[in-house]
Design a protein around this ligand. Structure first.
Ligand code: GLN
Length: 486
């Protein structure tokens, strides 16, 4: 069977590029052809940058001939449309940014550009990253490559679906409450949310600033490690970005996890979880034992408050961050006789229903008389959740949980019931509240053939440990990746 270049892993493509058996232009063309053939149905992308991508690929080829390539030189990637890209429209899947073309690149984009990566496209997402299914996009939902009637997850659903469907070799997303890990799980790819502050957020459209973090998607753990290496590290333009040195992530993938203590939190194996998810995650835990890991039962007693805490804090921060979309500075402007009316009409026409709901919830939680009861209380509970993890990490090196209670749900199934939608984040949200790194790695399929993800959570800045554990699991062959139906 002839392997299409677009279906290679980054590591495989790297070898072929380095041996001159494949050019970056051929590889990019293969991805673009795949996009042309399937994205009409999948809708993973809002904008495809065909000509620019081919030009970048030609530059990468020239650079490699000159011997100046690097691990990502000539590798075609997708970017969630929340990252500012110089000269390429950036929508955040909202009508309110209509016509907005950023004058500069986000730091992570600039880093990848400098590394010679090729940018194929801007990927679909829930508007302003608010959602768990990519159904809240002004550009229509992204479909799951394993079942086109189901969601890809969200909010980085376009990035995850594109990687799963071999439309690109890797992608960047953001994760505020699960937006990398949940779509990675639903689409059967690997996605990592690094420690809060590990990666620069300069030029990343803000949702909830105390929670937002950037991370990669790829088809293997190793590829994710290589992408994270390229984007992590201090940025003088982002004061919240940690000055810590970046370790050699790919070098940490030794395949060796003997003696690794794996915490299993009892609060994460709950009533109502899909039996297939429960079964696949338990089988993965047994596989970790077979590989020499030691399972430890741990407790995260404040887990039940996580969703409520998150939806107070995230909406409060969003209500402040989204105040800047006023029709004056960026994007859409609906004309009116005076400024107040202009703001109201622009925001009324530009924001979708879920974004409006969150602005109202957040404004309420912050308003005089309610602040102490909601926002302040939520901050206190956040501290308790953070302490739960600190205590658990005294007894283990990683914490293993499901990513989501179900596999990908049907398009339309939860959209009318925000609470049901919010509950899809029940296992991912605490990790953001505690600022920890978390990875989703495929660990099986349900009886419809829909992918299931295993989440491995690390202590602050322990990306190496969760990558090593995920890679050892992946390499053990316990779960063999199945191709998507398209
Ligand atoms: N689903 C969560 C929300 O809607 C998380 C989204 C995200 O991580 N950006 O807020």
């Amino acid at each position: 069977m002839i392997v299409e270049p677009c279906s290679l892993t980054i590591a495989e493509a790297r070898e072929l590029l380095d041996r001159r058996e494949l050019s970056a232009v051929e590889l990019t063309r293969s991805c673009l052809d795949r996009i042309a053939a399937h994205d009409g149905r999948l809708n993973a992308f809002i904008t495809v940058c065909r000509e620019a991508a081919l030009a970048q690929a030609a530059e990468a080829d020239a650079r490699m001939v000159g011997g100046a390539g690097g691990p990502l030189c000539g590798i075609p990637l997708a970017l969630k449309d929340i990252f500012l890209t110089r000269g390429v429209r950036t929508t955040c899947a909202s009508r309110i940014l209509d016509g907005f073309v950023p004058p500069f690149d986000a730091t992570v984009v600039a880093k990848l550009r400098a590394a010679g990566a090729v940018f194929l496209s801007k990927a679909n997402l829930d508007e302003f990253a608010m959602g768990s299914s990519t159904e809240n996009s002004a550009f229509g939902p992204t479909r799951n490559p394993y079942d086109l009637d189901r969601v890809a997850g969200g909010s980085s659903g376009g990035s995850a679906a594109a990687v799963a469907a071999n439309q690109c070799l890797g992608a960047l997303g953001t994760d505020t409450g699960g937006s990398i890990r949940e779509p990675a799980s639903f689409c059967g790819v690997v996605g990592i949310k690094p420690t809060y502050s590990r990666v620069s957020r300069y030029g990343v459209i803000a949702y909830a600033s105390s929670l937002d973090q950037v991370g990669p998607f790829a088809r293997t753990v190793r590829d994710c490690a290589v992408l994270l290496q390229a984007i992590a590290g201090v940025d003088p333009r982002d004061a919240t970005c940690a000055a810590r040195p970046v370790p050699d992530y790919a070098g940490a993938l030794t395949g060796e996890i003997k003696g690794l203590r794996i915490g299993v939190p009892r609060e994460y194996f709950i009533e109502g979880m899909a039996p297939a998810v429960d079964g696949a995650v338990r089988a993965a835990l047994r596989q970790f034992e077979a590989l020499g890991g030691r399972l430890e039962e741990v407790s995260l007693p404040h887990t039940e408050y996580a969703v409520a805490t998150y939806y107070v804090l995230a909406t409060a921060e969003a209500s402040a961050n989204l105040a800047r979309y006023d029709g004056i500075r960026y994007g859409l402007r609906v004309a009116a006789d005076n400024n107040i009316e202009l703001y109201e009409r622009t925001r009324g026409a530009g924001f979708g229903a879920e974004v409006k709901r969150r602005i109202m919830l957040g404004t309420f939680a912050l308003s005089a008389g309610y602040y102490d009861a909601y926002y302040l209380k939520a901050q206190k509970v956040r501290t308790l959740i953070r302490r739960d993890f600190a205590r658990a990490f005294e007894r283990c090196d990683v914490i293993a949980t499901p990513v989501a209670p179900t596999t990908a749900f049907a398009i339309g199934e939860k959209i009318a019931d925000p609470l049901q939608m919010y509950l899809s984040d029940i296992f991912t949200i605490s990790v953001n509240l505690a600022g920890l790194p978390g990875i989703s790695v495929p660990c099986g399929y349900d009886d419809r053939g829909l992918p299931i993800g295993l989440q491995l959570i690390g202590a602050p800045f322990a990306e190496e440990t969760i990558l090593r554990a995920a890679d050892a699991y992946e390499r053990s062959g316990a779960t063999v990746r199945r191709p998507p139906i398209i």
